[in-house]
Design a protein. Structure first.
Length: 192
């Protein structure tokens, strides 16, 4: 009976040692070619300032002399392009576009804080109801409507309670999540 606690104590002491023995050291990355140049280009959305496309290019400049035992300089070739959300073309939607999108008369500039909270809810309801049949232009329209609502939110920010601010931020995040998921789905479908 006394041996059971000793066995468990020995097992607890041995587990970290066994785990360390089973891990393999990480392979060291190859030393970068000193002649290689990596260039990162980011395109920003002017309305939000977010990155809409990031391109990384790795190349060896053409005027670099070849050294003994190294390959000749390569041509400039893009290494990879990281997909990012598409840019909003027109920025904010007009009141007519917001009205058409929400299917009810809406003048964004005159919305009060409680009314804006209701419009955000209606916006997200519309997105969730119709998003399955949307194309890129429909997502761009929805993003423009959201930009118009976000601009009004910034004007009225001090009028909202903390809970209302959290609700609006979660609705904004939900839209971005749905849009990004659709973009990723389209990209995967295009590659299949």
């Amino acid at each position: 009976m006394n041996s059971t606690p000793r066995f468990f104590a020995a097992l607890l002491l041995a587990l970290p040692l066994a785990a360390a023995a089973q891990t393999t050291p990480a392979a060291r990355p190859a030393a970068p070619n000193p002649r290689q140049v990596t260039e990162v280009t980011e395109d920003l959305d002017p309305a939000t300032g977010k990155v809409v496309r990031r391109t990384t290019r790795t190349y060896v400049p053409a005027d670099t002399p070849a050294t003994a035992g190294s390959p000749a300089p390569a041509r400039t070739v893009p290494a990879r392009t990281v997909p990012a959300p598409a840019a909003v073309a027109d920025g904010r939607a007009t009141d007519a576009q917001v009205t058409a999108f929400l299917r009810r008369k809406t003048a964004v500039a005159t919305l009060s804080a409680p009314a804006l909270l209701n419009v955000y809810a209606a916006f997200l309801e519309r997105v969730n109801a119709d998003r399955h049949g949307w194309r890129a232009a429909d997502w761009a329209t929805a993003a423009n409507v959201l930009s118009a609502l976000n601009a009004r939110y910034e004007q009225l920010r001090t009028s909202f309670s903390f809970e209302d601010k959290l609700t609006i931020r979660s609705q904004q995040a939900e839209f971005q999540t749905l849009r990004t998921a659709r973009q990723l789905s389209d990209q995967v479908s295009d590659k299949l």
